[in-house]
Design a protein around this ligand. Sequence first.
Ligand code: M6R
Length: 622
Amino acid sequence: MCGIVAYFGKKQAQPILIEGLKRLEYRGYDSAGVALLKANQFEVYKTSGRIANLEEILPETESRAVVGIGHTRWATHGVPNTINAHPHIDYTGKIALVHNGIIENYAILKKWLIKEGCTFKSETDTEVVANLIGYFYERNRARNGENAPSGSNRFEWAVQQAFNEIYGTYGLAIMCSDCPDVMIGVKKGSPLILGVGKEEYIIASDASAIIEHTSQAIYLSDGEMVTIHSEGFDTKTISNEEVTKELKDIEISLDQIELEGFEHYMQKEIAEQPQVLETCLKGRVDVKNGRVILGGIQDKLRDLTRTKRIILSACGTAWHAGLVGEFLFEQLARIPSEVEYASEFRYRNPIVDEGTIFIAISQSGETADTLAAVELAKERGATVLGIVNVVGSTIARTTDAGVYLRVGPEIGVASTKAFTAQVSVLTMLAIELGRRRHLSSEMAQGLLKELMEIPKKVEQIFSQKEQTRQIAQANIDKDNWLFLGRGFNYPVALEGALKLKEISYIHAEGLPAAEMKHGPIALITDNMPAVFIATKCSQYEKIIGNIEEVRARGGRTIVVATEGDEHIKPYADHLITVPDTVEQLQPLLTVVPLQMLAYHAAVLRGHDVDKPRNLAKSVTVE
Ligand code: M6R
């Protein structure tokens, strides 16, 4: 939530910041701004709206400043207007900063700072940080009355004083107009990376804003800060203890974050699924022996096999994948499992003990709710595993062990390829646990053989792109949709509804199909499309019955069925088919047409598919 980028080097900072912000825009797009530092003066440009709006207000001649910071905002405190846009400058005019996160005690600090004579312009929590640093810098004296130690860097000292007072989450880049040859980055709870190039440094919320300039970076941990200066950089804790950080290779490449001829990232990421799922499965599946090798959690398999309970926890789409996981663990491994909304989990004093296996699922690895659930599960002694996409992300580093999705960066706000990879990883894990418990090798071999066919089968679904577009077109004026599925296709119904809601702004509800008759059936009219996921499975006859119930009430149906199923045709006003596969793997196929349907509906309604209103890709606030 919010993207920050900062440049310190010998090149003109402005174009680098703007390019970086465009790469980070998926993190928030309520407002944007840059501050450039030259000759001890800040030049600040900020505006509500997108980076494109910011470009419009930049002067025609690019600033020659070689140091600067930039921000793209997902609003939390204060409406998304120009005053609340970052960068924020403190009351002395000497400190400028950009921030991603939330300052929890900002109200108390603001009150105190106002009493001390500081003035505020915005409604944001961030301005408190700027004023607090400015306050300590100006006074050169700590709260306890002690002066800054002589010989210390006063700017760095003031930053440390401020962060002694602050509670919350933050990733920040900070400049001081008195010190144009110093820039400071501070991190706690929000991601912050320092890209290290040749005589240049880039601080950013994620690697996408860095990769064009260097492939080497250090990943700051919580409570750490970096001070960049003309001789290099130092890393230490906020309480001033030195820390040594390892320079790491950034694992993404430029082409992974380019559109490469697609109109939208979501479209690209749907299309990438056959190839990325192959990568996700590669080297992990041994069909011949009916076994799975997941290197990252090999040491934990003994605990996993013996556990009496698995808790999966996640948010949004990852939660839907977790629900498929719950069904898989119970059915294939016979381990009692439950999926929990991470946002609810930590606030209800859940029963977690040392025998519990807790699995966090997160594409970004930065979702604040999921991270908080991970921390609680750890505190209570559970073995905590992660199924995460972003390598080196906070959740990946906080869990005891984990499995990466290997699908490359997912940039579209609507999650697509991460879902199918999450389900693939959960399937592999459930099969391996099953094998270690009671699942026969024949059964495991059969499932794994089918799993390896999935990438090819996803590709086959794409031949119905135009058909899906036409179905979206035929229903584009409908403002309420139902998505219904049973068994393994019930989580897919939830996911189909979420996809449609978040990018096309059409109200949609996902339900277990049989639940419809307990209330929602009252909504059925010919004005409310009902999307049924009715593939050949153990509940096929039952879902046909549910379709009948809708049709009997004049409802219109869009049916996702198994290829070659002639019987279902009369039940469908619109039909999309997926290749046949075993029941447990069907979500990997049935979700794809629903992703396509949502994509076309959003395009047809003229929405910005990759940047839906009010949303951001990674939700790093609770
Ligand atoms: O990065 P995460 O997987 O932890 O994100 C969880 C949700 O915020 C995310 O899946 C969200 O629901 C997507 N916008 C859905 O498309």
